[in-house]
Ligand binder design. Structure first.
Ligand SMILES: NC(=O)c1ccc[n+]([C@@H]2O[C@H](COP(=O)([O-])OP(=O)(O)OC[C@H]3O[C@@H](n4cnc5c(N)ncnc54)[C@H](O)[C@@H]3O)[C@@H](O)[C@H]2O)c1
Ligand SMILES: O=c1ccn([C@@H]2O[C@H](COP(=O)(O)OP(=O)(O)O[C@H]3O[C@H](CO)[C@@H](O)[C@H](O)[C@H]3O)[C@@H](O)[C@H]2O)c(=O)[nH]1
Length: 459
C-alpha cells in the first residue's frame, strides 16, 4: 500500500518524537498525531518551542522544521483515522491499578479504545501498527475487534515496538540499532519498512512474526533492567568488601561478551517502562503457570526496590539516625538526565521514605517544576497534600536549594551537577556537610578534600 498519510494516536513520549522523525525523513507523507488530551495537543502546537510538553535534546528543532508542513498535532481523531492509510497506536499501557492482574498486568483499556475507535470510523483499508508496548498476543485482541465490524474494510495489524530511551530519543530514532516489524501480511510489513527505509538501512529492519515482535520488546527491557539490578546487587557487596563498583563494572564490561554499557550502579532504575514491562512479563509467565520463570524476573524488581530503600536507610543512619526537621537537598527529580519525565523516578520513593522520617526536602531539577514534584508525591497517597506542601519545597537554583542543608542527595545524573562550585555549596551547608551521590557522578577525592562527608554507591 502506498502511504501518503499517517495517523498516530497518542502524543506522548513515544508518539511525539517518533512521528516527528518519521515526518522529517518522509517529507512526502502527511503525519498527524492525535490525542484526547487537548491541553497536550495545544502544548505541541505552542509557538514557543520551550513549551512543548516533552523535553528531549534535538526535538524542538525537528518540530520547528516539520510542524505545519507535514507534521500536525490535532484532537480531530476520527477525521485523521479516516484519511490515513497507516495508523500507529502509541497510547499508554500502564500497570493495572484495579481488578484482575492489579499491580502486575498491563492495562490495555486505552489500546482497546483505540482499536474500537478505528473499527468504528474507518471506511477504507488500514494498516494498524502497535507502537505501544503490549503483552504477547495482544494483536489477537486488536484483530478480533477490527475484524468484527461487519464492514468490508480490510485491516492489517503489525507490531512495531519502540526501543528509544528518553533523553536520547532523537538520536535513538535517527540511528536505531534495529527497527522491529512483526506481522502476517508481507505487503503491510513492506509498507512500514518503506517508511523507515527513508533513513534506516534495510539490514537493520528486522521482520518477524507478530508474537516474537511483541515478546521481544518485553524481553529487551527485562534484560536491560536485569543488568542494572545485577550491578546494583554487586554495589552492595562492594560496600562491604572495599571493592569499587566502578572498577568492577569497567573490568567486566571489557569482556566483549558482557559489554560496557548499562553497568552504572545507581539508586535504582526508574522510568515508565522497566518496572511496568517486567511486572507484565512476570504476570504473563504466571498466567501460563511458569512459576520459576516468573520468580526469576520478579527478582529484578525486588532488588531495585531494595536499592532505593537502602539508599535512604544509609542516608538516615549516617545523619545520626534521624533526619527529623533536617533539610535534605535533592539534586534531580527526573528518572534520568536530559528528560523532564519523572515517572517511577527513584527520587520520588527516596523522598517519600525520608518524609516518613519527618525530613524537610528541598528539590532542584533543571527540567522539573515544583508542581510536578508535589503531584508525584501526592500520587503515592502516603500523607495529605498539605503535609507534602509543608515538608517539600522546590527551588530554581542549585545554590539556594543547598543553602543551610544538612545533606545533599544526588538523584539524577544531570551533567550540570558536576560543574557546580562545590566549595561554595560546602561553605553554606550545615556541618558536617554530607553528600550522598546516588549516581556516582562526583569525584570522591575532590569532595573529601573540600571537607564533605561523601558517600556514593558501591565504593
Ligand atoms: N516512554 C518511553 O520511553 C517508551 C519507549 C518505548 C515504548 N514505550 C511504550 O509506548 C507507549 C506510550 O508511552 P508514552 O511514554 O508515549 O506514554 P504517554 O503517557 O506519554 O502518552 C500516551 C498518550 O496517549 C493518549 N491517549 C490515551 N488513550 C487515548 C485514546 N483512546 N485516544 C487518543 N489518545 C489517547 C494520552 O492522552 C497520552 O497523551 C507505552 O505502551 C509505553 O510502554 C514508551
Ligand atoms: O547503567 C545504567 C543505565 C540506566 N540506569 C537507570 O535506568 C533507568 C532507565 O534508563 P534508560 O533505559 O536509559 O531510559 P528509558 O527511557 O527508561 O528506556 C528504556 O525503556 C524504554 C521504554 O520501553 C525502552 O524503549 C528503552 O530501550 C529502554 O532503555 C533510568 O532511571 C536510569 O537512570 C541505571 O541506573 N544504570
Amino acid at each position: 500500500m502506498k502511504i501518503t498519510k499517517i495517523c498516530c494516536i497518542g502524543a506522548g513520549y513515544v508518539g511525539g518524537p517518533t512521528m516527528a522523525v518519521i515526518a522529517k525523513k518522509n517529507p512526502h507523507i502527511k503525519v498527524t498525531i492525535v490525542d484526547i488530551n487537548a491541553e497536550r495537543i495545544a502544548a505541541w502546537n505552542d509557538k514557543d518551542l520551550s513549551k512543548l510538553p516533552i523535553y528531549e535534546p534535538g526535538l524542538a528543532e525537528i518540530v520547528e522544521e516539520t510542524r505545519g508542513k507535514n507534521l500536525f498535532f490535532s484532537t480531530e481523531i476520527d477525521e485523521t483515522i479516516k484519511e490515513s492509510e497507516m495508523i500507529f497506536i502509541s497510547v499508554n499501557t500502564p500497570t493495572k491499578t484495579y481488578g484482575k492482574g492489579k499491580g502486575m498486568a498491563a492495562d490495555l483499556k486505552y489500546v482497546e479504545l483505540c482499536a474500537r475507535n478505528i473499527a468504528e470510523v474507518a471506511t477504507t483499508d488500514k494498516i494498524v501498527v502497535e507502537k505501544s508496548t503490549l503483552p504477547v498476543r495482544t494483536a489477537q485482541a486488536i484483530k478480533s475487534i477490527l475484524h468484527n465490524t461487519g464492514s468490508d474494510v480490510n485491516f492489517s495489524i503489525l507490531s512495531n515496538p519502540e526501543f528509544l530511551a528518553e533523553g536520547t530519543a532523537v538520536q535513538d530514532l535517527l540511528n536505531p540499532d534495529r527497527v522491529l516489524i512483526g506481522g502476517e501480511s508481507e505487503e503491510a510489513i513492506e509498507s512500514l519498512a518503506n517508511v523507515y527505509g527513508s533513513w534506516v538501512s534495510q539490514d537493520r529492519i528486522l521482520r518477524t512474526n507478530v508474537w516474537s515482535s511483541e515478546l521481544s520488546k518485553l524481553t529487551a527491557n527485562a534484560f536491560l533492567a536485569q543488568r542494572i539490578s545485577s550491578i546494583n546487587a554487586i554495589s552492595e557487596l562492594c560496600e562491604h568488601t572495599e571493592a569499587n563498583v566502578n572498577e568492577v563494572a569497567k573490568a567486566i564490561g571489557m569482556d566483549s561478551r558482557i559489554g560496557p554499557k548499562f553497568l552504572n550502579a545507581s539508586i535504582g532504575f526508574g522510568g515508565s517502562c522497566f518496572q511496568k514491562d517486567i511486572l507484565n512479563l512476570v504476570y504473563i509467565a504466571r498466567s501460563y503457570n511458569l512459576q520459576a520463570v516468573a520468580d526469576y524476573w520478579e527478582q529484578v524488581i525486588i532488588l531495585n526496590d531494595h536499592q532505593k530503600r537502602r539508599f535512604s536507610d544509609h542516608l538516615i543512619s549516617t545523619l545520626y539516625n534521624t533526619v527529623s526537621g533536617k533539610k535534605i537537598a535533592m539534586l534531580g527529580w527526573a528518572f534520568k538526565k536530559d528528560t523532564n519525565d519523572t515517572r517511577e523516578s527513584a527520587a520520588i520513593y527516596v523522598a517519600d521514605h525520608l518524609l516518613n522520617e519527618q525530613a524537610n526536602i528541598a528539590v532542584y531539577d533543571p527540567k522539573v517544576n515544583g508542581k510536578k514534584v508535589q503531584a508525584d508525591l501526592n500520587y503515592l497517597n502516603t500523607r495529605t497534600e498539605e503535609e507534602n506542601m509543608e515538608l517539600v519545597q522546590s527551588f530554581n537554583d542549585p545554590y539556594e536549594v543547598t543553602n543551610d542543608a544538612h545533606a545533599v542527595a544526588i538523584m539524577t545524573e544531570w551533567d550540570e551537577f558536576k560543574t557546580y562550585d562545590w566549595k561554595k555549596i560546602y561553605n553554606q551547608m550545615k556541618k558536617p556537610a554530607f553528600i550522598f551521590d546516588g549516581r556516582n557522578i562526583l569525584n570522591k577525592e575532590e569532595m573529601t578534600k573540600i571537607g564533605f562527608e561523601y558517600s556514593s554507591i558501591g565504593q
